[in-house]
Design a protein around this ligand. Structure first.
Ligand code: FES
Length: 276
């Protein structure tokens, strides 16, 4: 069923946008950590996007995407008033959120910051002390800073060029925090695979529970096709139904990175054709 785009906000012109979409049935059930699968045109591929926010009263969900290929470039041509051909969700297991004995540190990079925002908000509403750490190459590429500051008292920022917050990586801030605070109950990381891998490696010596949200290639999103399979603790799991969140210390990130680039050449050709 088509879903109407109500608002569009260009977060990083030409690269990243936010859509607020009318989807009352999804908004009524969406929890932090859930995702949707959408298709933009009749012969288009199906892509997963994590829900960045949901408003059950307004019947809307918020999605944030990076323009990185044909489908997201096509999505970027749509505006408020246009319809997304079909939108399926909420999918995946919701984030396990319960009252924790210590702070939860939510780490986000790239468009993963938007998805992390929904989880951080969920922890905040559950009464947990939330610390967020976000990172980007420079200040202009930082997403959801104001949104996080609206509810989270501690928003730590790392940029590669030092234009905002600390110059360096999110893991620098994370390790510093873990060294100075032995009460941290959990770390959640969402972003590019190298960032999630680095976060998991950083937290391992501290023995802190670390959850990552995996952005595998997906087709059906309901556990039938096997496209999203990942290795976790030596076992094959399906990110769409067993995840997308898993124990970061058990994920085979090397395999995940290889699977994500398996169709790189075809994706590049398709994108180049689209841009002509
Ligand atoms: Fe098909 Fe997960 S997307 S099994």
């Amino acid at each position: 069923m088509p879903s109407r785009i109500l608002r569009k906000r260009k977060l990083i012109p030409g690269a990243t946008s936010e859509l607020v979409i009318s989807a009352p049935h999804i908004a009524a059930k969406a929890k932090p950590g859930n995702f949707v699968i959408l298709r933009v045109w009749e012969d288009g591929e199906r892509i997963p996007l994590t829900i960045a926010d949901a408003d059950p009263d307004a019947g809307t969900i918020t999605l944030v995407y990076l323009v990185m290929g044909k489908t997201t470039a096509h999505l970027e041509t749509l505006d408020a008033g246009d319809d997304i051909l079909d939108l399926c969700g909420p999918l995946g297991k919701a984030t396990e959120i319960h009252k924790l004995d210590g702070p939860v540190i939510c780490v986000g990079g790239g468009t993963g910051i938007a998805a992390m925002h929904h989880i951080a908000k969920g922890h905040h509403m559950a009464g947990n002390q939330v610390v967020t750490i976000i990172g980007a190459r420079c200040e202009d590429l930082l997403l959801f800073h104001d949104e996080l500051c609206s509810f989270c008292p501690e928003v730590l920022v790392a940029t590669n060029d030092g234009s905002c917050g600390r110059q360096g990586l999110v893991t620098d801030l994370l390790v510093e925090r873990l060294e100075n605070d032995k009460t941290v109950a959990e770390v959640v990381a969402i972003g590019p695979v190298p960032m999630m891998r680095a976060v998991a490696e950083a937290t391992k010596p501290f023995g802190v529970k670390t959850t990552v949200s995996l952005n595998s290639i997906m087709v059906d999103g309901i556990g039938m096709c096997g496209a999203c399979r990942v290795s976790v603790g030596g076992q094959t799991r399906f990110a769409c139904v067993d995840g997308p969140e898993f124990d970061g210390h058990a994920v085979d990130f090397t395999e995940l990175a290889a699977r994500l680039t398996a169709f790189k050449d075809q994706e590049r050709l398709s994108y180049e054709e689209f841009k002509k």
